[in-house]
Write a protein that binds this ligand. Structure first.
Ligand SMILES: *Cc1c(COP(=O)(O)O)cnc(C)c1O
Length: 409
């Protein structure tokens, strides 16, 4: 393979957890699609917050509160710049992707009517299926599914045919967490807009690999979680076009989200606070900003090139194992490999790999409809991050060989 110039040895030094052992073996962490590890720079931002300026934001006149508010709002600006939102108040802090989706789905309850149609792709995470089903139950709207093919690619002709003047909303992930497919979201967004439908893109799995430009995409909503991009858990962002965020009602009531409260009537705060009831995850928001700084310092082009190299190498090496089948062979995919070995339950492979210090995911990956499509109970999923190495891929391949020999005999 042609080596790309990427100093992975140096980068690994930023991640203290990568030095630990599991079951007496060096940790090989290949569960990055579930959550990424945290670099020292982000850990430092978290420690700095609690050591030096922990205070509630937007409320106090005192110095600590000011400092915390400034840092939190600076983080919002970093997120705005990163995703190229036109306005800073189009960035809503959430607790993660799931929260962002629910906020939008809930808001559309008052905008949809019986008989309206919403389209969802066949390869969604449960968090991008269930809230829309609940929305349809509340409103009488109809949920329709954009199908996928054997390779794990959406069938775009069928999508075009499903669109009509009845379509009000389209939901799709940018990258599938179970298969790694990069979906043609530009095409999806443009076609939806032709019939006047709004589009929400679940960017949870794309954010670690691709720097999305929400203005260039012309997307209506884009959601991500910080914990998949080297940030902490429990924080994320919802980008929404200003016109949509103004139209949607607040999701939760509470402090921070109001302009004026009397028992007769409450008026809501301006964006973004209208959607940010209660004390937020202040430290998490600040650490989210630090995580974006960290990743941008490495650079998304360098990350993509290196991860692609790992993906190609791992795909080639795993494919040499007799009886191993890879699910998700899209032309355009990122560093996720879902696979099974004939006659073996994925869980058994995962358990043996764990004994060898190798962390992979097994199961349906919160995407049960994909497993039903392939008529399998689940897969083993190895997902690579820019801090993984070729040697770790070798360890995985050797581990899978070993598991196969033990289980198939
Ligand atoms: C991880 C993931 C989610 C859910 O993210 P949370 O942080 O658990 O809210 C949703 N969609 C995709 C594609 C994901 O990978």
């Amino acid at each position: 393979m042609t080596e790309v110039d990427f100093d992975v040895v140096q980068i690994r030094k930023d991640f203290p957890i990568l030095n630990r052992e599991v079951n007496g073996k060096p940790l090989v962490y290949l569960d990055n699609a579930a959550t990424s590890q945290t670099p020292q720079q982000v850990i430092n931002a978290i420690v700095d917050y609690y050591q030096n300026y922990n205070a509630n934001i937007h409320r106090g006149v005192h110095a600590l509160s000011q400092e915390a508010t400034d840092k939190y709002e600076q983080a919002r600006q970093k997120i705005q710049q990163h995703f190229n939102a036109a306005k800073v108040h189009e960035i809503i802090f959430t607790s993660g992707t799931t929260h962002g989706i629910n906020l939008v789905a809930n808001g559309f309850s008052s905008l949809l009517q019986k008989g309206d149609e919403v389209l969802v792709s066949a390869m969604e995470h449960h968090s991008n299926i269930v809230p829309w089903q609940m929305l349809c139950e509340r409103t009488g709207a109809i949920l329709k599914v954009i199908p996928m093919n054997e390779q794990g690619e959406l069938v775009m002709e069928t999508y075009q045919n499903l669109l009509s003047s009845k379509t009000k909303l389209v939901f799709c992930n940018h990258i599938s967490n179970a298969l790694g497919t990069i979906n043609p979201i530009e095409e999806i967004i443009n076609a939806a807009h032709e019939v006047g439908a709004a589009v929400l893109i679940d960017g949870a799995q794309a954010a670690p690999h691709i720097k999305a430009d929400v203005q260039a995409l012309d997307v209506d909503f884009y959601v991500v979680s910080a914990h998949k991009i080297c940030g902490p858990t429990g924080v994320g962002m919802l980008y929404g076009k200003e016109e949509w965020l103004k139209k949607l009602p607040p999701y939760q009531g509470g402090g921070e989200m109001i302009a004026e409260v009397t028992f007769e009537k409450t008026t809501y705060a301006e964006l973004p606070h209208k959607f940010e009831a209660g004390t937020p995850n202040i430290c998490g928001g600040i650490a989210f900003g630090a995580a974006l700084d960290y990743m941008n310092t490495i650079g998304f082009e360098a990350i993509a090139a290196y991860e692609h190299q790992l993906l190609d190498y791992a795909t080639t090496e795993l494919s040499k194992i007799d009886g191993l089948k890879i699910y998700g062979t899209a032309q355009n995919k990122t560093s996720v490999i879902s696979f099974n070995i004939e006659g073996v339950h994925p869980y058994d492979i995962g358990t043996i790999l764990d004994k060898l210090g190798i962390a992979v995911r097994t199961g349906h990956h919160c995407a049960q409809p994909i497993m039903d499509f392939y008529k399998i109970p689940g897969t083993v999923r190895a997902s690579f991050c820019f801090y993984n190495t070729k040697e770790e891929v070798d360890a995985l391949v050797a581990g899978v060989e070993r598991a196969k020999n033990m289980l198939v005999g």
